[in-house]
Design a protein around this ligand. Structure first.
Ligand code: LER
Ligand code: MN
Length: 290
């Protein structure tokens, strides 16, 4: 397996510090938050070279209500801006050698259709309309990504962060609707613990469509600190011949993830979480491959 950490959990930290931590604990690479102006590609390329690390993936930062990031918006200008933004992410990924771009067809943090439907029939119609818009947007992105040999992954995220694509079943239905071979799945153990009826079964069912994994425990802490069965997760990944990377998104306790990852008193946890996770998962990996 290849292992990485997403750097959205390291706000305010220099890239050098993040790369140095990843190298020190034996990670293979980094997943970059898709705020590209913060990470000049020349700096990233030089650090990859210096530390022997790769950029595994870029997380398209489609977070509501950041303007120009909503691929499902009913406002055509907003949708076009989001597509342009994702084109830039795809181009950046190709330039730093990352093969995966994580794509949120519905921005994290938006929990209802923009039209704020007042009854069930209106809700269903609005939901379907935004679904169709998102499918259309992602189909366009997939075509664009083909030119750069980039795979787009769709991550089902929990109901407290989006009102569409909460489960593997939703993700599979979305990918089928898009109908492009370079659109695949990214599962996240934290989100699956909330909305997936059978998280380990979902990994098995995703099979060869699973291109990328995010890990955190049930409480968003590093694997081993909650009740996700990571041994069964690692066994399932092994059994499906998972060839992607496992990327950590661990967050210290607190109701506001953005605040929790930036609190000065939590900074020492960055090393601790990185060290614990790779040690624990590699131990489980050895056990399931023995
Ligand atoms: C993104 O990978 C994710 O897991 C979301 O919770 C971010 O809002
Ligand atoms: Mn995730």
């Amino acid at each position: 397996m290849r292992y990485g950490i997403n750097n959205w959990v390291y706000p305010g930290e220099s890239l050098r510090t993040s790369f140095e931590r990843l190298a020190r604990f034996g990670y293979d690479g980094i997943e970059l938050k898709g705020e590209l102006d913060e990470f000049p590609k020349e700096t990233v390329q030089a650090l990859c070279e210096e530390f022997g690390l790769e950029v595994i993936s870029i997380l398209g930062w489609c977070i509501y209500p950041i303007p120009g990031r909503d691929l499902a918006s009913t406002d055509a200008a907003e949708r076009a801006a989001a597509q342009n933004y994702m084109h830039e992410v795809i181009e950046y990924a190709a330039e730093v050698g990352a093969g995966i771009v994580l794509t949120l067809p519905f921005p994290a943090g938006r929990l209802a259709p923009l039209s704020k439907p007042g009854d069930e029939a209106a809700w269903r119609a609005a939901k379907q309309h935004e679904w169709d818009l998102a499918v259309d947007s992602v189909r366009g992105l997939a075509e664009y990504a083909t030119k750069f040999d980039i795979t787009l992954t769709i991550e089902p995220i929990n109901r407290f962060e989006t009102y569409q694509i909460n489960t593997l079943a939703d993700g599979l239905r979305f990918i089928e609707a898009v109908g492009a071979p370079n659109v695949r799945l990214n599962l996240d153990t934290f989100h699956m613990n909330i909305d997936e009826p059978d998280p380990v079964g979902a990994i098995r069912k995703a099979g060869s469509l699973l291109a990328h994994m995010h890990v955190a425990d049930s409480n968003h802490m590093p694997p081993g600190n909650g009740h996700v069965d990571f041994k069964a997760v690692m066994q399932a990944l092994h059994d499906i011949d998972f060839a992607g990377a496992i990327v950590l998104e661990a967050v210290p306790p607190g109701s506001d993830a953005g605040l929790a990852v930036s609190m000065p008193s939590n900074l020492p946890l960055r090393d601790q979480y990185a060290e614990q996770t790779i040690r624990y998962l590699k131990q489980l990996e050895a056990a399931v491959t023995a």
